[in-house]
Design a protein. Structure first.
Length: 566
């Protein structure tokens, strides 16, 4: 618990607003429109990640108004502020994508700075995309004041030829168009229909994966991740978030009271059991670091191995996020995992009850096929695996949900940037059996550890999905599927073994044995290492240069907290 001295609900903010010496602050608040009555109440910061450059958060201004109504009704004074957001889907395949993971740190830092600067008594964060969700969570863990994190919701499915489509279909269509499988008119049709309106990408990609896990961590209300972005229930959840922030303040319940080891194990099980994004590894490690909870990359493999996949969701499965809502919602998934003995049922949730109590009344829509039982799952093991070996001594991440190929041995095709690998795929220079190796795309090397949905989707679009593997120190979109190994650590930029791979070297990927191996003698590798030197960065000033100095290994969450970059 966080000490509030005499227990006053505005104990933090009154340092800013009360007493004769604070007349200057009050004068400026009054210029904004706040009254003496407003300033005598607890101040609740509304951290909004609204931005006009992507659909994921375009509707968050409306939700913020509902949050404020809930805060006011519960006796608080809401004060909204904004932070940045970078769209992975828009920047994918360009230099702009390097800003995405960097933005996670800036989001966390900016929310922390506003909360500390304005001495908020509690906070509600509104987030809707791949980096605003973990970035907000990291900030709330740092601040450790009563807090609620509310997801903006998933977009609806696009429709084409009577089938659901998402942004991933667009990227796969790009590859199909490049190899002549579809024409420009078909590509345009997919482009025009894939994203019908507000909300995050519609599969169990990174945003929906993280939104799911945040319920288990105790940062988001149980069941709040399920309704779509335009569903009327989304506004009701926003109002409730405002009320809940005030309730948490009254009870002095703070994030670290709920962010326990059991909660993180539950979150990992939720990601693995829904075939979720590999980025959940990176983000959950980062949130754990901020919360001071011991968690390692190996924990993900252990928990995933014992957690069956109980939700048949894209990209590895059939259905989309809103199909989960129609089937019974995130509470049904939690109930199925609990019934299978796969979760810590006594972990506390944001509203107060235990997880077991919170989902006890979960209902199932008759005839639904989206969520299975743990006894009869879609797959016996979870969707995440951690590989190690002489190519990844500190670990690498692969998603095995929707991928039946667990063994691949082939010649390396080495590229030092994503664009070059993408061009090789589009030019038809990659053939079945190849292992595409993309280096210098890690946290430091990028800098920024770009996602590579463009190249992985192009591989499938070109008809190579079942015959080609990819290995990189970068990362992948939650929409990526196939035998794609990312987060290789140590990364190339710090002299990791992946920097020593040459064209034609044999790479072995053995998921069953959890091994990622380069078939090159230690003597040869030692000679290559002695001749290796780190390439110069293209960024010597500004935020990318700063990030490059501070960021740590992907195997530890790629965080920039003190000492991480050492």
């Amino acid at each position: 618990m966080t000490d509030r001295n005499d227990g006053a609900l505005n104990a933090r903010s009154r340092v800013l607003t009360q007493g004769a010496s604070r007349a200057g602050a009050r004068a400026m608040f009054k210029a904004v429109g706040f009254t003496d009555e407003d300033l005598g109440k607890p101040l609740v910061g509304i951290a909004n990640t609204w931005i006009e450059t992507m659909p994921c958060g375009i509707h968050l201004r409306e939700l913020a108004e509902a949050v404020k109504e809930g805060v006011r009704a519960a006796g608080g004074t809401p004060m909204e502020f904004n932070t940045i957001a970078i769209s992975d889907g828009i920047t994918m395949g360009t230099e702009g994508m390097k800003a995405s993971l960097v933005s996670r740190e800036v989001i966390a830092d900016s929310i922390e700075l506003c909360a500390r600067g304005y001495q908020f008594d509690a906070i509600v964060a509104l987030a809707g995309c791949d980096k605003t969700l973990p970035g907000s969570a990291m900030a709330l863990a740092r601040l450790n004041i009563p807090a609620v994190l509310l997801y903006g919701g998933s977009t609806a499915a696009g429709r084409l030829d009577g089938k659901d489509i998402t942004i991933v279909d667009v990227y796969e269509a790009i590859g199909a168009h490049a190899c002549g499988t579809i024409d420009a008119a078909r590509l345009k049709a997919v482009e025009d229909r894939a994203c019908p309106g507000p909300g995050a990408c519609g599969g169990q990609y990174t945003a929906n994966t993280m939104a799911t896990t945040l319920e288990y961590l105790g940062l988001s209300p149980i069941g709040s991740s399920s309704p779509g972005a335009t569903d009327p229930r989304r506004r009701a959840w926003a109002y409730r978030a405002g009320e809940l922030a005030m309730e948490l303040l009254a009870r002095n319940v703070c994030p670290r009271d709920l962010l326990t080891r059991d909660a993180f194990e539950n979150a990992i099980a939720a990601a693995a059991g829904t075939g979720g994004s590999t980025n959940s590894v990176l983000h959950l490690l980062a949130i754990a670091r901020e919360a001071g909870v011991p968690l390692t990359i190996d924990d993900f493999d252990e928990i995933s191995a014992r957690t069956p996949i109980v939700a048949d969701l894209r990209p590895g499965g059939t259905y989309l996020a809103l199909d989960v809502d129609a089937a019974g919602g995130s509470t049904l998934i939690a109930r199925r995992l609990l019934d299978g003995g796969l979760l810590h049922g006594d972990a506390r949730t944001l509203g107060g009850p235990t997880l077991r109590e919170a989902v006890a009344t979960a209902s199932e829509t008759p005839g639904q096929r989206v969520v299975a039982t743990a006894e009869r799952p879609f797959k016996p093991h979870g969707g995440l695996a951690i590989l190690k070996g002489n190519l990844a001594p500190d670990g690498a991440v692969v998603k095995i949900a929707g991928n039946e190929r667990l063994l691949h041995r082939g010649p390396a095709r080495v590229f030092t940037r994503e664009e070059d690998a993408m061009q090789a795929v589009l030019d038809g220079a990659i053939v079945a059996g190849d292992v595409i190796v993309i280096i210098y795309e890690g946290p430091k090397g990028g800098p920024g550890m770009r996602e590579m949905l463009g190249v992985t989707a192009a591989i499938f679009g070109a008809g190579l999905g079942e015959g080609v593997a990819l290995v990189t120190d970068g990362r992948f979109s939650g929409g990526t599927h196939g035998l794609m190994i990312g987060h290789v650590a140590p990364e190339a930029a710090v002299g990791g073994p992946i920097a020593l791979v040459r064209n034609g070297d044999t790479v072995v990927i053995d998921v069953a044995s959890r091994e990622l191996r380069l078939e090159v003698s230690e003597t040869e590798l030692a000679a290559r290492r002695a001749a290796w030197s780190a390439p110069a960065s293209h960024y010597t000033t500004g935020v990318f240069a700063k990030y490059r100095v501070l960021v740590g290994s992907a195997s530890d969450g790629a965080v920039t907290t003190a000492g991480a970059g050492a």
